[in-house]
Design a protein around this ligand. Sequence first.
Ligand code: PLP
Length: 337
Amino acid sequence: MNYRISTRAASLTPSLTLAIDSKAKQMKAEGLDVVGFGAQIIVSCGGKHSCYNVILATCEEGDEVLIPSPYWLSYPEMVKLAGATPVILPTTDQTDFKVTSNQLRGAITPRTRLFILNSPNNPTGSLYKREEIKALGDACVDRGVLIMSDEIYEKLVYDGAEHISVAGFSPAHQEQTIIVHGFAKAYAMTGWRLGYLAAPEPIAKAIDAIQSHSTSNPTSFAQKGAVAALQGSQSHLQSWLAEYAKRRLYAHNRLNSIPGISCVNAKGAFYLFPNISKLGLNSTDFCAQLLEREKVAAVPGIAFGADEYFRLSYATSMANIEKGLDRLENFARSLAK
Ligand code: PLP
């Protein structure tokens, strides 16, 4: 497959690492016992770093990037930094905040370069089902659009649901997909700054060129920590998920019992995204007044492209959640009067 690399990435002098990588491959092909530490998977300083590198390596001025909203707030800004145009696909009038394949197909133009898929999603907690992901992947394969699949919340799914990667359907889907991942969510390594991505080789090489000239390598001891995390028992996940599920259930029920607030339940990640359209304030004013009057910090939905919502994270103690929701209820009741 022919991958178009951004002019920016293509103009870089290939890094020495890649020269060594190809020499090593040649030596291996000649039957020599070469120990390879070359590019394939690219480790970065966090999921955010990986996302940015993907966008820089594939997008430039004139390109459009399709982003379902509500979206993780950095995607559109990264697209703008790359000189490309974010094209937002709203999903707030659909159940579970999920973009449909028809909506996606209708939005693809000759300028569409990349589709950003984030399941489980920040900020809504939505999780796409197998057939939904397949249909989105098919649309991109049919129309030659690359997919950046941000799977950073892969391990945080509830109610026995499964996380599906679009790259897994067929070699054609894999060729079209760049998977972004990181250690911040499932291993609580947020401050360690470690992420990674898997991309088709020409794109991986372009990303490697960008990354090798912008940061040398992720911190060595964080990498050792990540290896230990991956090789260690994963039993923490079960207890985390049980605890998150408890908090999610409590917060979801409480939110829906507050007059003027309604909330779709999350299927993954650790966020809820309640609707406040009946309370008569936009999300910025709602969150500013909530902080001012009740000392509760929540993020306005406008930051994620949805002004009738706010984001609440339940990755905090049950005691905090109870206290915060008591205060939120006071605030909402005062607005509803
Ligand atoms: N992608 C999504 C959807 C996120 O929510 C986040 C962080 O909140 C990231 C990527 C970035 O993660 P990291 O801390 O590894 O940079």
